[in-house]
Ligand binder design. Sequence first.
Ligand code: SF4
Length: 361
Amino acid sequence: MPGAAAELRACGEAAPGSRLNEGRRSARMVTYVCNATVPLTTACVMRCRYCGYYEDDAPLLTPAQVHRLLDAAEANGATEVLILSGDLPETFPQIRRQLQDLGYASFVEYVLQVCAWCLERNLLPHTNIGYVTYGELERLRQVNGSMGIMLETTDRQLAQRVQPKKSITGRLEVIRNAGRLRIPFTSGILMGMGEEQTSRLASLEAIIRLHEEYHHIQEVILQNFVPNSRSALRLASPLTFEEYAELIAFVRQRSDIEVQIPPNLARDYPHLVECGATDLGGVSADIDYVNFENPWDEPAMLSRLRAAGCTIRLRLAVYAKYVWLGWCAPRVANVVERYSREDAYRYYTRSGRAGSDTQRG
Ligand code: SF4
């Protein structure tokens, strides 16, 4: 995307390579998004050893079940819906049968419909459904605020031990294709599975290199592995605080990507914000469907951050800089525009004030 760097500069932002932030981000300013999850299916072909999400014989959520989750999302004040599934669910006959009964030609067709339902309710979809082709991404782009796929690791020896069926090349391909299509994107690494710090740095380097080419990674998740009762793998190499801090510093020094820490997993998140982490991802009133034994607690999170001297700002599924760049598809841009009239999101208009501590909680 050769024109992207010039466009970013034309937006009045810092050149890539220096920090390119949402409005004027002060030290210890941290963002998060109020979200809800629609776990469309837990069927997944990959069977990663650390995962407590997948189930071989899982069905699809029906439209009625999806609408009930969207009703709850609206009632809880969510602005983003994480649309989640395992990888390649159509591999399973029960999913193919269900899609056929519902009248959808493919799983992605159903995802597109669910995204459309979200947008009708002014909820911004963030789809993370594993491997998708370039053509599927191109269609999903029309109805998503942002999308994501975890890279997890580029360490082939580690991958062979913990996720032997997953293709590192395939995941890098999805991240690259998202860049080619100008999709604001989230990726990240999973840490604590027996890898060395050098392996984590190499995985981050791979994400940063793709971002240098396409400027589309809005945040990178540094996710510490927390085993649950359904994960086959136990914690193999817990991350030290110093290692966590080094990884945060690495991303911040090397790129303008925001650094996301999951506050329901990384218990020391106020200190990690002090070290330079800038985002806490989606926080939901519902359970974390992937880490179901680790609930969020939004009020407690806000008071811990405030006690640590942090300023907290709400964000949407898409970061403001991509809205300013015109990367949002029209249906998505309409929903963002609606939010930008609210005080908390006024900075999405660029002329709005920089945004202050959130009123939630
Ligand atoms: S981590 Fe993702 S790809 Fe791996 S088994 Fe779980 S749902 Fe599937």
